[in-house]
Each structure stands twice: as structure tokens, then as C-alpha cells.
Design a protein around this ligand. Structure first.
Ligand SMILES: Cc1cc2nc3c(=O)[nH]c(=O)nc-3n(C[C@H](O)[C@H](O)[C@H](O)COP(=O)(O)OP(=O)(O)OC[C@H]3O[C@@H](n4cnc5c(N)ncnc54)[C@H](O)[C@@H]3O)c2cc1C
Length: 642
């Protein structure tokens, strides 16, 4: 095997070993991919209780006061900085401790309230929300809450709750989507009392202003079955430690007020008691942190959708072209119907994912990844549609609109801010692969031990074949049997009940199509990413339809005659069915072989002849000055809530 293949296999093995695998409450989506439509797992739709909602609403009012007093979102975008006073005021009302338990000095908010509050902040100023979510969703508090010792929690959480900003440092210049191949090292001292960290971490949000970081590093390898196995471990690092430096502050097309940088560690001495979990647990800690951590990304997309719907309504009524308000032109109307129904779906998916995360015992890997994937892709498409509906004004800045005496809707800024969501905390392509891996688990776990036995595997090849045979003899015929929705639905219209039956049928069809495809391609299925993506998209649409129908059932139980809601859900489900039809067709009939040929020819430079009439020089005189690092560390005495 070439060394490149060895490296790839080692990285995949490490990623495989870092998957979380045991849960009490089954995943609705995992069941769907097996062909089981378990509507009972999400219906009745879980709702935030009134008392918890009141706590969240009251807190949002406090946040509103701070934001309006200290933050001008357009100025943040222009000057690339969230004002220090705003961060201090947010720290004073406990915003940096929103999700930290009360016993450690935080506000102990529920996951649902936390997401509502971050999304509320994002609907006003995206950069400010990133400060909070990078700190609380993925920064030091989250891995410590999940994996920290009591001593670590007592030492760090009160400080973090008061406003000591933290960050999550995983990405490196050479590794982004594939963190298993990271190079930053943590070398243990001879007496085991400390580690020396060396390496670089890139694009660390909050990194340039953080007091504490969670840093994933390579620790010495372990020998497993006679082979060296790479170990990744997670550490809490105080940025006051000598050897830590911010090498560069990065600038971006959107969320311009964030602080994000390239960080360097040169013999940074970290006490052994700052190791989170055990050595070798680092990647699992990072991935598990992201399972819940990434939920704030889709929440902000849903919030953005709701804000856009609210702001657009006057415009589509007031703007008259060709003798009619523009919403009456069907081409515009489609964008509005899509925006309204997709926002309903985004919110339902988010609320469900939050409620599942709140339970603590539920397998939310798929639901969380799908929420992220679906909402960021849908939210982005919606941004584009909203800009289009605003016409030229969508492309104009809010300041320019204001200066001409028009309503300053900052659509172009929202679009710049939203774009990063499809990249951070797992790109859309990586979310697809992640979901596909989990979706295929039924087959991977049974077929791979036969096709590609791993060293140290429990079962012999013969035992694996026997087990697989027993399983498929029962499972496969079931995928051809009539599907039932298993629950009674009193409040949905006939067409919406029909959608439920469609989901149950299609889940079975999806499960057996996935099985047939696995049988056809074997281990090579890994390279059929677009076929896998079609499976993921079908599963995601089935999940979105189910979630919308579960929420609609709940809402309609209170107001059975709400025809507009019936139509909204019916429209969403009908559109989803159209997408599913196309994706099913893509699995059996596509031109992916041709696509491979064209993309490989391009990468090999075969189309260089297209380079005609483009600038090929190397002008370098547009440098816009030295990178700036704004000191936003809030002195401890200022952080204590008054
Ligand atoms: C504003 C911003 C904030 C960030 N904040 C943080 C942070 O706080 N902490 C942190 O650790 N990181 C952070 N990141 C890094 C971010 O998580 C990475 O950018 C992201 O994981 C993608 O990695 P990459 O950019 O290196 O892309 P690459 O991994 O190089 O990927 C390039 C392209 O190839 C695709 N690709 C890669 N592998 C595959 C594959 N196997 N199959 C199909 N497609 C593939 C990707 O989807 C992408 O489209 C941030 C980045 C930005 C820009």
C-alpha cells in the first residue's frame, strides 16, 4: 500500500474509533435510514414549557437593552470590531455563563433558551452572537461540562461564567476537515506533571482575545495489536502562558466583528491536570462537543429566516411593478412560499434537535448534523432569494439606502454574514459524509467485517457471514412489506396524513435502495459521494417533512381550522417530495462517471487553454496594513456582575 493510502487509512481508523456509539434513546433519523418510520419518537412534538420560556424571554429583554445601548451592527461590520463596552455589559448580565450550570456561577439556561438567546443576538448582530457561541457552544465550557473532572469544573467554569472568553482550537493550516491528521504536539514531561505544546492552530474564533483555549494536540502514540496508534488529546490552555502567541488576525467577508486568528504554541507548558478526559480521547471530545455545539449554527439560520420574513412583508406589498404588488407575480410568490415554508421547517427542526439535546440520553448525532446541514443550505438559498426579491436594493448597503431616505434593510450584510455557516463546524460536504456514514451503519457494521476484516476483529469471517445472513434474512423482506405510520393523527388534513404514509413508504424504499447500492459498490461506495449525498438529501427531506408534520399536528390541535398552516405544511411536504423524486432518480441514473473525467482533466490542467484574456500578473501593492489584534480581555474585577 502506498504511504498516502496508509495515512488515509490511519486517519479513517482514528475517526472511526472516535465515533460515539452508545445511547439510551434511539435516533429517529437512524431508524428512518433502517426503514423504520418511528413517528412516535418525535410526536407529540416536544415543546418548551411555559416557565422555561418565560425565563428565556425575560433574559432576551435584558440582552435587548445592552445591544441597543452599545452595539451598532453596521458599525461593527464597518470597523471590524464588537465594542469592548458591549462585551463587558454582556458579561455583566451573565451572557458568557448562559449555559454554565448555576453551581459554577453560570445562569444554567436550558439548551432551548440558550439557542433562542444566541439566535436573538444573531438577528441583531451576527458578530456578537459568534463571540458567545464560540465561547459557550464549542469553547472551554462545553467539553468541560461533558468530560471535565469536578476539580477542573470548579477551577475554570466560574471564571468562564464571569466573562473570561474562551475558544476551540482544532483546525490547523494543513488540516481542516480531516483533523485526525493534525500536527500540533503535546509532549509529556519525564515526571508526567506537565506537557509542552508545539504547533499552530488556524482560524480560531475568539482565539486572539481568549483567556482560555481548548486545544486538541497529538500525544505520544499507543501500541495497539502491535501497531502504533496516533493519540489525540484535549487540553485547557491559559493564553497567559509563555510561548503562546497570536501570529495573525484573520479578516473575512462576513461576521467582520469577530476576533479570529492564527495561533502559535512554542514550548507552552500546560499542567497535566489540564488534560480533559484521558489521553487519546481528544478527537472524541472534539466531535462530541460539536454534536451539541453545532446546534447554535442552525438556530441562527432559523432566526435569520424569521427576521427576513418579517422585514420583507412590507416590501412585497408596497413595491408595485407591472401594475401589481410584486408578491402577486408568481415567480416572486414562489420565493416567498419557499421562504415561509422553509423557515417553518428550520424552526421545527431546531426546536426538535434542542429538545432531544436537552434530554441528555438521546442519540442526537444525526439530528444535529442534519439540522446543521439542512438549515445552513436552506438558509443560504433563502438569503439569495430574499436578495433577489429586493432587486437592486438587495445589493445596496443599508447605509446607502438610509442616506437616500429609504428603509435600511441590510440584506447584503446578512448574506455576507450567513455564508460562513456552510463551512464552520463541519462543511456541508463533511456533514453529508458524516450523515452517510451513520446512515449506512446498519450495513457497514455487518458487511465490512466480511469484505475488509480489521486486525483484532472479534468475529472470524465465517462468523461475520453467519451473523449478516441471520440479520438480512429478517430485515430485507421487511423493507418490502406495507408501511404503517403507527400513530393516530387527529388534526392533520387528509393530504398531510398522506404525506406521513409517503414518509413511511419512502423510508423503506430508501433503506433497501441503500442496501442494494452497498451490495453493488462494496467498499468502493466510499468514492460515490454524490450517490451518498442523494441518500443523505432524501433522509434529510424525510426528517424535515416528519418534523413539520409533528409540529403542525401539535399546533392544529389548538386551532384545527387554521387552513393557512395546513397549506404551509402541505406546500413544504409537496416540495420535499419533488426533491426526493429527483434524488431517487439520481441514485439509479446519473452522469457521475463523466463528471469524474471532467474534474480530473481540469485538475490535471487540461483546460488551461481557457486562460485566455485573464490577468495573470502578481501585483502585490494592495496590502491594507498590518493585522490588528484588539485587546478585549476584560479585567477580572470588571467582569464580576454588579
Ligand atoms: C470564520 C471562520 C471561523 C472558524 N472558527 C473555527 C474555530 O473556532 N475553531 C476551529 O478549530 N476551526 C475554525 N474554523 C475552521 C473551519 O472549521 C474549517 O474551515 C472547516 O472545518 C473546513 O476546513 P478547511 O477550511 O481547511 O477546508 P478543507 O478541509 O481544506 O476543505 C476544502 C473543501 O474540500 C471539501 N472536502 C474536504 N474533504 C472532503 C471529503 N473527504 N469529501 C468531500 N469534500 C471534502 C470541503 O468541504 C471544502 O469544500 C473557522 C473557519 C472560519 C473561516
Amino acid at each position: 500500500m502506498a504511504s498516502h493510502d496508509h495515512e488515509k487509512q490511519a486517519a479513517m481508523d482514528l475517526a472511526e474509533d472516535s465515533r460515539q456509539t452508545s445511547w439510551d434513546h434511539p435516533s429517529f433519523v437512524a431508524e428512518l435510514f433502517k426503514g423504520n418510520f418511528r413517528f412516535d419518537l418525535i410526536s407529540p412534538f416536544p415543546e418548551q414549557n411555559a416557565e422555561d420560556k418565560r425565563i428565556g424571554d425575560e433574559y432576551m429583554e435584558k440582552v435587548r437593552v445592552v445591544m441597543e445601548q452599545y452595539i451598532d451592527p453596521e458599525k461593527v461590520d464597518r470597523e471590524e470590531e464588537v465594542p469592548r463596552e458591549a462585551l463587558r455589559a454582556l458579561a455583566d448580565i451573565g451572557c458568557f455563563g448562559l449555559k454554565i450550570p448555576k453551581e459554577y456561577g453560570g445562569l444554567g439556561m436550558s439548551q432551548t433558551n440558550y439557542n433562542r438567546i444566541v439566535s436573538y443576538i444573531a438577528s441583531y448582530c451576527a458578530s456578537t452572537s459568534v463571540y458567545i457561541s464560540s465561547h459557550l457552544s464549542i469553547g472551554v465550557p462545553q467539553p468541560l461540562k461533558l468530560f471535565g473532572t469536578k476539580a477542573q469544573k470548579e477551577k475554570f467554569l466560574p471564571r468562564l461564567a464571569k466573562g473570561a472568553i474562551s475558544a476551540f482550537a482544532l483546525t490547523e493550516p494543513s488540516v481542516g476537515s480531516d483533523p485526525a491528521k493534525m500536527a500540533t504536539t503535546a509532549t509529556p514531561s519525564e515526571d508526567g506533571s506537565y506537557y509542552l505544546l508545539n504547533g499552530e492552530k488556524l482560524w480560531c474564533t475568539n482565539g486572539p482575545v481568549a483567556e482560555l483555549l481548548v486545544v486538541m494536540c497529538v500525544t505520544p502514540p499507543k501500541i495497539v495489536n502491535g501497531k502504533e496508534k496516533k493519540q489525540i488529546s484535549a487540553f485547557v490552555v491559559d493564553t497567559d502562558t509563555p510561548g503562546f502567541e497570536v501570529v495573525h488576525v484573520c479578516r473575512f467577508m462576513g461576521v467582520r466583528g469577530i476576533q479570529n486568528g492564527l495561533l502559535r504554541f512554542t514550548n507552552v507548558k500546560v499542567p497535566a491536570e489540564n488534560l480533559i478526559g484521558k489521553t487519546g480521547d481528544g478527537l472524541k471530545i472534539a466531535l462530541t462537543t460539536l454534536n451539541t455545539g453545532r446546534l447554535t449554527v442552525p438556530a441562527t439560520c432559523a432566526g435569520g429566516g424569521k427576521a427576513a420574513l418579517r422585514h420583507l412583508q412590507d416590501w412585497v406589498n408596497d413595491r408595485v411593478q407591472w401594475g401589481a404588488p410584486i408578491h402577486k407575480h408568481q415567480a416572486v410568490g414562489k420565493k416567498l412560499a419557499d421562504a415561509a415554508s422553509n423557515t417553518f421547517a428550520m424552526e421545527a427542526i431546531n426546536d426538535l434537535a434542542c429538545a432531544l439535546a436537552e434530554r441528555g440520553d438521546a442519540d442526537i448525532r444525526l439530528e444535529s448534523a442534519m439540522a446543521k446541514y439542512y438549515c445552513t443550505e436552506t438558509g443560504w438559498k433563502m438569503c439569495d432569494d430574499v436578495l433577489q426579491v429586493r432587486g437592486g436594493r438587495g445589493f445596496e448597503t443599508a447605509a446607502s439606502l438610509r442616506a437616500r431616505g429609504e428603509k435600511p434593510m441590510a440584506v447584503e450584510m446578512s448574506m455576507r454574514n450567513a455564508r460562513i455557516s456552510r463551512i464552520i463546524e463541519g462543511t456541508s460536504e463533511i456533514m453529508q459524509l458524516f450523515i452517510a456514514r451513520e446512515a449506512m451503519d446498519t450495513h457497514v457494521s455487518r458487511v465490512m467485517p466480511i469484505l475488509m476484516p480489521r486486525p483484532g476483529q472479534k468475529d472470524s469471517k465465517f462468523q461475520a457471514i453467519l451473523k449478516a445472513f441471520k440479520f438480512y434474512a429478517l430485515w430485507y423482506p421487511k423493507t418490502w412489506m406495507p408501511a404503517s405510520i403507527g400513530v393516530t393523527t387527529k388534526h392533520l388534513s387528509k393530504s398531510n396524513v398522506d404525506h406521513l404514509h409517503y414518509i413511511a413508504r419512502t423510508a423503506k424504499r430508501l433503506a433497501r435502495t441503500m442496501f442494494h447500492t452497498m451490495a453493488k459498490f462494496g467498499p468502493k461506495l466510499e468514492f460515490e459521494q454524490l450517490v451518498l449525498a442523494s441518500f443523505v438529501d432524501i433522509g434529510t427531506d424525510l426528517f424535515a417533512m416528519s418534523t413539520c408534520l409533528a409540529r403542525a399536528e401539535k399546533l392544529l390541535s389548538r386551532n384545527p381550522n387554521d387552513e393557512d398552516l395546513q397549506n404551509l405544511v402541505d406546500y413544504f411536504c409537496s416540495s420535499a417530495r419533488e426533491r426526493i423524486k429527483n434524488n431517487l432518480m439520481h441514485v439509479s441514473r446519473n452522469h457521475n462517471r463523466l463528471l469524474n473525467k471532467v474534474s480530473r482533466a481540469y485538475a490535471a490542467g487540461k483546460f488551461a487553454w481557457m486562460d485566455d484574456a485573464i490577468y495573470k500578473g502578481t501585483a502585490t501593492h494592495f496590502d491594507d496594513g498590518a493585522p490588528k489584534r484588539v485587546s478585549l480581555n476584560i479585567p477580572q474585577e470588571e467582569q464580576v456582575p454588579k
